[in-house]
Design a protein around this ligand. Structure first.
Ligand code: NIG
Ligand code: FE
Length: 402
């Protein structure tokens, strides 16, 4: 048993406040939190002479649940810095995609990369997230767009767990873009690649969830629905990139399939929010893509509040629309650009991010939850969203390992 004392805890253990406990003690047994409360109420401290009990002085640190990045494309080949420059010289994101650049240029680089190269380049990005107290990262496929490379990306994602103290959740995103070899044949691509690749990846145990990109430059709701039907047959939960650049109705479709999350959502409306609330879907807010693409349409935060749709915040780390490896920066952007409150945002990178991944045992400091903790050198949790480009992490604990 481990006893952490001399800390301020931000438990997030109810839905409507930070749950701050000053002069607090947190007790860990194995991988889980055993007890949380004030020093005064702690029944365990008197046993601290027992050799099976170790006490740790947190030296006044503020402790939150470790952060969770619930939407990333962290495994991929190459980068798109040249396209970034082209966009600044006037080219549009959708225009580049239609001209064979965009996602397809990353597909070429990913197909050309070895498994080791995919792992090594992802580790560089992953280490930035880890340095900010992240303990769980979702990783999507979607830059292979053929069966072998989609599976390879997911193998690389799974391998990250053996290289670092991190929990990885994998998401199959075969319906991310139409590869060059299927140009103008999206239905054939769904039938001949996406569905067989999903079956194979699932058989290999590589898939925790299924995602798609429902957009003018990607797939229609009807095409996405065929992928969702397959996911349902395989017993896999779904999520969706929807209403990012236009309103195509992907959110309503995702809600019909009880999606764990719907992500981006700039062009979503109040009816979409209502449908998500009824389905129990999390709204994943991705300020990095909004910022990088110089979007001006804001996600309907007020509607999500009104219908009590849980909101998560994530980096969307990817080489095109969000080359971002800082969840703390995504938190700051969500506050300043979308007027989310620091409390909503902290819940969005912990408890609601866990919910977006179907994890019910993370993102809160409470008995029975996995002891994934972040220790910060700050006085108040709002500081995590307030500062720009500043990382106050002192220590990260994953699965109770101190
Ligand atoms: O989440 N929206 C679709 N997919 C990614 C970006 C893909 C890319 O540009 O490489 C996203 O923003
Ligand atoms: Fe994405």
């Amino acid at each position: 048993m481990d006893i952490i004392h001399n800390a301020t805890l931000v438990t997030l253990d109810t839905d409507d406040d930070y749950g701050i406990i000053a002069d607090a003690v947190l007790v860990i047994k194995g991988q889980h939190i055993e007890w949380v409360g004030t020093r005064q109420d702690c029944p365990f401290l008197k046993h601290d002479t027992d050799s099976a009990v170790k006490t740790h002085d947190a030296q006044g640190a503020l402790i939150t649940p470790a952060l969770i990045d619930c939407h990333t494309h962290i495994v991929h080949g190459g980068d798109r810095a040249i396209e970034f420059e082209m966009r600044l010289n006037g080219a549009g994101y959708e225009e580049l995609a239609r001209a064979g650049g965009g996602i397809n240029s990353t597909v070429r680089a990913t197909r050309a990369a070895s498994l080791e190269a995919l792992i090594d380049s992802a580790l560089v990005r992953l280490d930035h997230l880890i340095a900010e107290g992240v303990s769980v990262v979702e990783v999507k496929s979607g830059y292979g767009l053929d069966t072998e490379t989609e599976c390879q990306m997911l193998r690389a994602a799974r391998a990250l767990e053996s290289k670092r103290d991190i929990k990885i959740r994998t998401t199959f995103l075969g319906a991310h873009a139409l590869p060059d070899e299927y140009r103008d044949r999206p239905d054939a691509y769904i039938d001949s690649v996406v569905i067989p690749a999903l079956e194979k990846a699932h058989t290999e145990g590589l898939v925790d969830a299924v995602d798609g990109f429902c957009e003018g430059i990607a797939f229609t709701p009807a095409q996405i629905e065929r992928v969702f039907k397959k996911a349902k047959d395989l017993g896999l939960p779904v999520k969706l990139h929807a209403e990012q650049l236009s309103h195509l109705g992907g959110t309503k479709l995702a809600a019909t399939y009880q999606a764990m999350s719907v992500d981006h959502l700039e062009y979503a409306d109040a009816n979409d929010a209502k449908a998500m609330a009824e389905a129990g879907s999390v709204a994943v807010i991705l300020p990095g893509a909004y910022y990088t693409l110089r979007e001006t349409q804001q996600p309907p935060i007020e509607a999500f509040r009104k219908y009590r749709v849980p909101m998560a915040v994530s980096t969307d780390c990817n080489p095109g629309s969000s080359p971002m490896t800082s969840l703390l920066l995504a938190m700051n952007m969500s506050a300043t650009m979308f007027r989310m409150t620091p409390e909503e945002i902290l819940r969005g990178v912990t408890h609601h991010a866990a919910k977006a991944l179907g994890l019910t045992d993370r993102g809160r400091l409470a008995k029975g939850y996995v002891a994934d903790l972040a220790f910060w050198q700050i006085q108040h949790p709002a500081e995590l969203s307030y500062r720009i480009g500043f990382n106050p992490l002192i220590r990260r604990v994953v699965g109770g390992k101190l």
